[in-house]
Design a binder for this molecule. Structure first.
Ligand code: F6P
Length: 361
C-alpha cells in the first residue's frame, strides 16, 4: 500500500470518447479514499501555467460520463521530452523539459499521476516513471492499436460513428450508381476501417497491414457492377498504401506532415480505370467526436476505478488493461513495446474474405 494524499490526472494525445468517464471514476474513487485530485490542463502544458492545474472534486465531474472530449483539454504537441519551441527564424526546435515536469509534479505535492492517453502519452508516462514519477497509465485511442489491452476505450464508439456514415453512403451511392470511397482514421493499424467496413458491408476494405493492388480493387468493383449491383463502397484507412508504393501525407508547417489523402488517390484511380463515377469522403475528426457509447462508458469507468486501485496498491509504471473478463495491470514497458496490428490470420480477416470482401490483395 502506498501513502497517498494528493494525485494528479491528465489527458494526452488525440481525444477519444470516454475520457471524461475515466476522469469521473478517478475523482470519485480517489475522494472515497480521502485523496485530493487535481487535473493538469492540456496534457502537461498546465504545469507551466499559473492557472493550468485545477481542483477536481465530486461537483467538478458531475454529469460528464456521457460527454465526448475531455474537461481537462488535451494536445498531441505537448511531449515534455520533445517540447516544440519556436525560433526567431520562424522555425521550430525540440527541447527536453521532462526534468521541469518531474520537479513541477513534486513541487505541487503529487503522490501519483494517472495519465490517460494513447501510445505517445504512455511512452511519456513510462519515461517519467523512469525519472521517479509514480505513474499509472490508462489506455485510450479510437485506433485500438495499443498492445497489452484487448481493446482501448473510444474504439467501439468510433466504429459505430464510422459504420453509421457508411450506412448513409449506401443510399446515395445506389441512387447515383457511384463508387464511394470513405477514408477513415488508422495510421498504422486498420482496426477501425476493418470493423466499420465489415459492419457497414463495404465491398472493399483497405488497411495499412495489407498493401493493396489497385487492379484487385477495380476487379472487385467491376464484378459487382456486372452482377447488377451498380454501386460500391470502398473503405480505406488513412495509413493504407499501394503495393510497392508510399503512404499519402499532407505537408504541414515546420516540415511536419500528416497522414491523409489516400481516399482521393484511390477514388481517382478507380474512376480512371473503371470509368465509373466515383466520389471520396474523409470522415476525419467526426470519428473522435461525440459521447461514448455504453460499452466505452463502462470500460472507461472500469479503467478509471482500476487506476485508482493501482495507485492505492502502490503499483506504478504500469497501465490498466482489459483482459476479458477482467481489468488488470500490465507494465507500461510492455504496453508501449509495439503497436497492435490486425492479425492477418485472425478470424475477422477470415470473416471478411469469407464474405467476399476485397482486402486489396
Ligand atoms: O487518435 C489517433 C488518430 O485518430 C489517428 O488515427 C490520426 O492520424 C490522428 O489521431 C489525427 O490526430 P490530429 O489531427 O489530432 O493530429
Amino acid at each position: 500500500m502506498s501513502h497517498v494524499r494528493r494525485i494528479a490526472v491528465n489527458t494526452g494525445g488525440g481525444d477519444a470518447p470516454g475520457l471524461n468517464a475515466v476522469i469521473r471514476a478517478v475523482v470519485l474513487g480517489a475522494e472515497r479514499r480521502g485523496w485530493e485530485v487535481l487535473g493538469i490542463l492540456d496534457s502537461y502544458d498546465g504545469l507551466f501555467e499559473d492557472d493550468g492545474v485545477v481542483r477536481l472534486d465530486r461537483r467538478a465531474v458531475r454529469g460528464i460520463t456521457h460527454l465526448g472530449g475531455t474537461i481537462l483539454g488535451t494536445t498531441n504537441r505537448g511531449n515534455p521530452f520533445e517540447w516544440p519551441v519556436g525560433d526567431a527564424a520562424g522555425g521550430e526546435r525540440r527541447v527536453d523539459r521532462s526534468r521541469e515536469v518531474v520537479d513541477a509534479l513534486a513541487d505541487r505535492g503529487f503522490d501519483a499521476l494517472i495519465a490517460i492517453g494513447g501510445d505517445g502519452s504512455l511512452q511519456i508516462a513510462h519515461g517519467l516513471a523512469g525519472m521517479g514519477v509514480r505513474v499509472v497509465g490508462v489506455p485510450k485511442t479510437i485506433d485500438n492499436d495499443l498492445a497489452a489491452t484487448s481493446v482501448t476505450f473510444g474504439f467501439t464508439t468510433a466504429v459505430e460513428t464510422a459504420t453509421d456514415a457508411i450506412d448513409k453512403l449506401h443510399s446515395t451511392a445506389e441512387a447515383h450508381e457511384r463508387v464511394m470511397v470513405v477514408e477513415l482514421m488508422g495510421r498504422t493499424a486498420g482496426w477501425l476501417a476493418l470493423y466499420a467496413g465489415l459492419a457497414g458491408t463495404a465491398d472493399v476494405i483497405l488497411i495499412p497491414e495489407i498493401p493493396f493492388d489497385i487492379g484487385s480493387v477495380c476487379a472487385k468493383i467491376e464484378q459487382r457492377y456486372a452482377s447488377g449491383r451498380r454501386f460500391a463502397i470502398v473503405v480505406a484507412a488513412e495509413g493504407a498504401s499501394p503495393l510497392g508504393g508510399e503512404r499519402v501525407y499532407q505537408e504541414m508547417k515546420h516540415g511536419r506532415r500528416r497522414l491523409g489523402g489516400i481516399g482521393a488517390v484511390v477514388a481517382r484511380a478507380i474512376a480512371e480505370r473503371t470509368g465509373h463515377e466515383t466520389r471520396e469522403l474523409v470522415l476525419g475528426h467526426l470519428q473522435r467526436g461525440g459521447g461514448p457509447n455504453a460499452y466505452d462508458r463502462l470500460l472507461a469507468l472500469r479503467f478509471g476505478s482500476a487506476a485508482v486501485e493501482l495507485v492505492e496498491a502502490g503499483r506504478f509504471d504500469c497501465m490498466v488493461a482489459l483482459d476479458p473478463p477482467e481489468v488488470l495491470a500490465v507494465p507500461l514497458a510492455k504496453a508501449i513495446a509495439h503497436i497492435k496490428l490486425v492479425p492477418l490470420d485472425g478470424d475477422v480477416i477470415r470473416t471478411a474474405r469469407s464474405l467476399g470482401v476485397c482486402l486489396g490483395d
